[in-house]
Ligand binder design. Structure first.
Ligand SMILES: [Zn+2]
Length: 821
C-alpha cells in the first residue's frame, strides 16, 4: 500500500534530511541554525496541542505557534505564545522518586511540576517539531494565521536565538548524525506564570533523560539549579537506566608535548579510537577552556573542528571544560578503528614563585572523549632545570641542550593522565612489586613565605585608602615599596622548610598503598608518583597524586589558620591517605554518573579513616567521624542542617547555593555511610565486600544500586536484604540525621541480668527508621550490641546478659550517624 498525504511528506523530508546533511560542513550547519529565524508564514492558531515525551507533558492549550525556517529540510525550533484571548499553556512533570520530589520542592515549593506558561521556546533534534509542523501545515490541526507571524517573530525571535545559541553544538552534532542512530534532544524554555523562566529537557543521550531546572539566581555555588533529573519511564521499567553506550572508545593516547621557556604548552595528541555499534561522522570531545585546539585530522586527512564560545548547553553542569566536535571527512563505519590527531596549545601552568608551579588544567589539558580507560605514551620537552612527572614507566629521560625530555608509557589502561613539574627533590620507596616516588619542592612558593603585611600597613606613612590590609605592603602608596619594610624584615620568622616532611610523606604513602593493597587488592597501576601543588587540596589521579604543599611542611610551620587540631590531621594524615585511596576508588572502580560520584569520595575518605585507625588507633578515627557529624548537623539561620540540603546521590546538584553542603554530604556523610555499613556487616564481611567491589568493577563504572547488590552478598545472620534496602533508602537516597536517646532499666543478678529499655528518636520525618546499635558495656570483656529498629514513636529492646552492665548507650563516634542529645 502506498503511503499518502502527510506521510509522503514525512518520508520525503527524511530523505531530504539524510541527503542534504552530508553536504553541509559543521560550520555551515551552525551558520544556518543561527540564521534560520522564525518563518512568519508558518504561524498557526492552535488549541489543545499536546507535546508529550514519556513523563514530560507540554500542553499548548490556546495560543499561537510559529515554526523556524527549516535547517537541512528540518524544522528544529518553534515558539508558542499564549498572548491571545484565553491563551494558556501548561507543563506537567511528576518525578518518580522521593529524593527528586524533595529536590523539586526545594526549588519550586511543590513536589510536582504543574505550571502554566505564557510562552514556550522549543528546540528539538528528535524530529518531533518537524512532525508537528507536518500536522499543522497539512491543515489537520490549527488554523494558519500568517498575518500574525511577523508580530510573534518580532517578540520571540531574539529570545529563541539566545536559547538556541546555548545548544548549537549539540544541534550540529545531532543534525549531522543519521536519523537512524541519532539520539535527539528536546528542550522547552518556558515563561512560567509562577516560577518565571525555566527549562524542561528530554535528552536521549543522557543517563537521566528528563530534567528540569533554572539558571541560578543565587550567588556562589553552581550557576544552574537542576530542580529534578531522572530516567524516563521506559528506561526505568526496562531497567536500562544506565548510560547509553559510548559512540566511540579512545583506546590509546600518544601525546608529544612541549613547554617553552614561559611554560606555555603546545602538543600533538594522537588518539587511537574505535567506533561503537553505530556508524558516526561527528565525534564529541571536551577540553579545558585554557587550551586552544587548532587542527584535527582523522586518519591523516584534515577534519573539521566545530567549537563555540561559552556553550550554555553545558551550563547544566558548568565547569572549566568546553566541548567541541570533530567532523570526519567521511562517515566512520561501526566498529572501525581510526587515529584522530589534534594540535593544541595553551597556558595551563601558573608560577607560584621560586620554581613552584600550579598546573591548572590537570584532568583536561588534552582532548578527552568516548570511553575513559586508555593506554598512554607521553613525551614532554621542557626547560632542563625542571623535573616533570606523569604516570607510567620512564622510557626516556635525557637533556638536549637547554631542554629536558621525558617520556613515560603506561603499562595498563588508565582513566586519565595528569602531569606536574617543578624543581624537585625526590625520595623513592615502596615495597616489592610497587614503586613509590615522592617529589617535593626544593624552594618555598611565595604564598608560604613569612611576611607581616598588617604591620607594614599600620606603619606605612601613606596608608592606602580602604585599608589595603594583607596586600603585602608593596601595593599602592606613593613611591612604590614602603620604607617600613626594611626594619620589619629583621623581625620576620624563619621561612618554613618545604621539604620538612618529605621522608614522612614518602613513608606514609608507601605504607598506605601497602595497607590498601592488603585490603582491596592491587591498585590501578604498579607505581605511584606523589608531587606537590600550591593550595590547600590534593587530587588523586591514576599513578599520580597531587598533594598540597602544606602537607610537606612541619605542622608548627604551617600558616596561621591551618594549625588547629583538625587541620593538622587533615594535612598530616588524611590528605595523602585519601588521595592514595583514589588509586582504587575513582581510578579503578569508577562512578558511573554524577549520582554515584559520592562512592569514590566516600570510599576514599573512609579508606583514609581506616588507615588513620591503623596508624593512630580507633579513637583518632572516631574523633574525625564526630567532627564530620558536627558539620552535618550544623544549622543555618533558618534552622536547617547542612545534611538536609539533599540526598548524597544528588552529587554536584548539592552545590546549589552552598559548596560546603556538597563537600560535607559527599565526603563526610559518605564516610559515615561506609562506617555504618562496617558496623552492621562486621569488619570481616565489610572488608570482603570492598574487595569484591574492587574485583567486580575493575576498570569499569559502578552505580549506587550495584554497590547495594554487592552489600547484600555479605550479610551476617539477622540482616536481611530488605534491611539493606532500608539502609540505602534512608542513608543514601534520602536525608535525615536523628537524635537518639536510650533509657533502660536493669533487673536480676548475674548470671541472668535482664536489661529492658527504649530508644527515643526525634528530629526526623515520620517514616524515618534505622537500625541503631545499642551497646551494653561491662566492667570487663567486650561490649554486647543489640540492634534496635527505631521509629518516631519509640522502640523497645531487651537483652539478658551474664553480668551487670556499666553503661547502655548508642556511642557517639562509633555507632550510627545521630545528633547529640
Ligand atoms: Zn577525593
Amino acid at each position: 500500500m502506498l503511503p499518502k498525504g502527510a506521510a509522503w511528506a514525512v518520508i520525503w523530508a527524511a530523505l531530504l534530511c539524510a541527503s542534504t546533511v552530508y553536504a553541509a560542513t559543521g560550520a555551515e550547519l551552525m551558520q544556518s541554525l543561527r540564521s534560520a529565524g522564525l518563518d512568519t508564514a508558518q504561524c498557526y492558531r492552535v488549541r489543545d496541542v499536546t507535546l508529550a515525551k514519556e513523563d514530560l507533558k507540554l500542553y499548548l492549550t490556546e495560543g499561537l505557534l510559529i515554526f523556524s525556517k527549516p535547517v537541512n529540510g528540518e524544522r528544529v525550533s518553534a515558539v508558542f505564545s499564549a498572548e491571545v484571548e484565553g491563551g494558556d499553556g501548561e507543563v506537567l512533570l511528576l518525578p518518580p522518586y522521593a529524593g527528586e520530589r524533595q529536590s523539586l520542592a526545594k526549588f519550586t515549593k511543590s513536589p510536582n511540576l504543574d505550571e502554566h506558561f505564557r510562552a514556550a521556546l522549543l528546540l528539538a533534534t528528535d524530529g518531533s517539531l518537524q512532525e508537528l509542523f507536518e500536522r499543522m501545515s497539512s491543515g489537520a490541526e490549527g488554523r494558519k494565521v500568517p498575518e500574525l507571524g511577523p508580530l510573534v517573530a518580532e517578540e520571540f525571535g531574539m529570545p529563541l536565538a539566545n536559547v538556541a545559541a546555548g545548544f548549537e553544538l549539540r544541534m550540529v552534532q545531532d543534525l549531522m548524525t543519521p536519523a537512524a542512530s541519532r539520539q535527539g534532544l528536546r528542550l522547552a524554555a518556558l515563561g512560567g506564570t509562577r516560577l518565571g523562566n525555566f527549562e524542561v529537557f528530554y535528552d536521549a543521550r543522557a543517563r537521566e533523560q528528563i530534567a528540569a531546572g533554572q539558571a541560578a539566581a543565587h550567588a556562589g555555588g553552581s550557576p544552574y539549579d537542576v530542580w529534578t533529573s531522572f530516567p524516563a519511564r521506559s528506561f526505568r521499567t526496562s531497567g536500562a537506566a544506565v548510560a547509553a553506550a559510548s559512540p566511540f572508545m579512545a583506546q590509546r593516547y600518544r601525546i608529544d608535548a612541549a613547554l617553552d621557556a614561559s611554560l606555555r604548552l603546545s602538543a600533538t595528541v594522537r588518539v587511537a579510537a574505535k567506533v561503537g555499534a553505530n556508524p558516526l561522522r561527528v565525534l564529541r570531545f571536551e577540553i579545558s577552556r585554557a587550551i586552544h585546539v587548532t587542527a584535527a585530522k582523522v586518519d591523516g586527512a584534515a577534519a573539521e573542528l566545530v567549537a563555540r564560545e561559552g556553550e550554555r548547553g553545558s551550563a547544566v553542569r558548568a565547569g572549566d571544560n568546553e566541548d567541541f566536535l570533530v567532523v570526519a571527512p567521511a562517515e566512520l563505519a561501526a566498529g572501525s578503528a581510526h587515529e584522530i590527531a589534534f594540535e593544541e596549545d595553551g597556558a595551563v601552568i601558573s608560577p607560584a614563585g621560586n620554581d613552584v608551579y600550579f598546573v591548572g588544567a590537570r584532568a583536561n589539558w588534552y582532548p578527552r572523549g568516548g570511553q575513559e580507560f586508555a593506554m598512554y605514551d607521553l613525551t614532554f620537552k621542557y626547560p632542563r632545570r625542571l623535573t616533570l612527572v606523569t604516570p607510567g614507566e620512564v622510557s626516556e629521560d635525557r637533556v638536549e641542550g637547554e631542554w629536558h625530555v621525558t617520556r613515560r608509557v603506561t603499562a595498563a589502561p588508565i582513566r586519565m593522565a595528569g602531569f606536574n613539574l617543578g624543581d624537585y627533590e625526590k625520595i623513592s620507596g615502596g615495597f616489592p612489586g610497587f614503586r613509590v616516588e615522592v617529589y617535593g619542592n626544593r624552594r618555598l612558593e611565595n604564598a608560604l613565605q613569612p611576611r607581616l603585611p598588617v604591620a607594614v600597613d599600620t606603619q606605612d606613612p601613606t596608608p592606602i585608602s580602604g585599608g589595603g590590609r594583607g596586600a603585602g605592603g608593596g601595593r599602592g602608596g606613593r613611591g612604590g615599596v614602603p620604607q617600613a619594610i626594611a626594619p620589619l624584615a629583621q623581625t620576620l620568622p624563619a621561612a618554613p622548610d618545604p621539604l620538612a616532611r618529605l621522608r614522612t610523606v614518602a613513608a606514609d604513602v608507601s605504607s598506605a598503598v601497602q595497607f590498601y593493597t592488603g585490603l582491596f587488592g592491587p591498585p590501578a597501576v604498579g607505581s605511584l608518583t606523589v608531587s606537590p601543588i600550591p593550595g590547600v587540596f590534593g587530587q588523586g589521579f591514576p599513578g599520580l597524586v597531587y598533594l598540597s604543599t602544606l602537607a610537606y611542611l612541619d605542622p608548627n610551620e604551617r600558616p596561621a589558620g591551618t594549625r588547629g587540631p583538625r587541620e593538622q590531621v587533615f594535612f598530616s594524615d588524611l590528605m595523602q591517605a585519601h588521595e592514595v585511596a583514589h588509586q582504587w576508588w575513582g581510578n579503578l572502580v569508577v562512578p558511573a554518573g554524577y549520582q554515584d560520584e559520592w562512592l569514590s569520595e566516600a570510599l576514599a575518605s573512609y579508606s583514609a579513616l581506616m588507615y588513620l585507625e591503623k596508624k593512630k588507633g580507633a579513637k583518632a578515627m572516631e574523633d574525625v567521624l564526630e567532627d564530620y557529624r558536627d558539620a552535618l548537623v550544623k544549622k543555618d539561620g533558618e534552622g536547617a542542617t547542612t545534611e538536609s540540603v539533599g540526598p548524597i546521590t544528588l552529587g554536584f546538584r548539592l552545590e546549589a547555593g552552598s559548596e560546603e553542603a556538597f563537600r560535607d554530604i559527599t565526603y563526610y556523610k559518605g564516610a559515615w555511610v561506609f562506617h555504618m555499613l562496617r558496623r552492621r556487616l562486621g569488619d570481616e564481611r565489610f572488608l570482603k565486600m570492598l574487595a569484591e567491589l574492587r574485583r567486580r568493577f575493575d576498570s569499569s563504572p559502578v552505580t549506587t544500586a550495584q554497590l547495594r547488590a554487592v552489600v547484600k552478598q555479605f550479610l551476617p545472620a539477622g540482616v536481611t536484604p530488605a534491611m539493606v534496602d532500608n539502609f540505602f533508602d534512608t542513608w543514601v537516597y534520602s536525608t535525615g540525621v536523628p537524635a537518639l536517646k536510650v533509657n533502660y532499666t536493669v533487673k536480676g543478678v548475674a548470671p541472668a541480668v535482664r536489661i529492658s529499655g527504649t530508644v527515643e528518636q526525634s528530629g526526623v520525618g515520620d517514616d524515618f527508621s534505622i537500625e541503631a546499635p545499642v551497646e551494653i558495656q561491662f566492667a570487663k570483656g567486650a561490649p554486647q550490641v543489640v540492634w534496635v529498629e527505631t521509629t518516631n514513636s519509640g522502640a523497645v529492646f531487651s537483652a539478658t546478659v551474664r553480668q551487670a552492665p556499666v553503661k547502655v548507650s548508642i556511642p557517639a563516634g562509633t555507632g550510627v550517624l545521630a545528633a547529640r542529645k
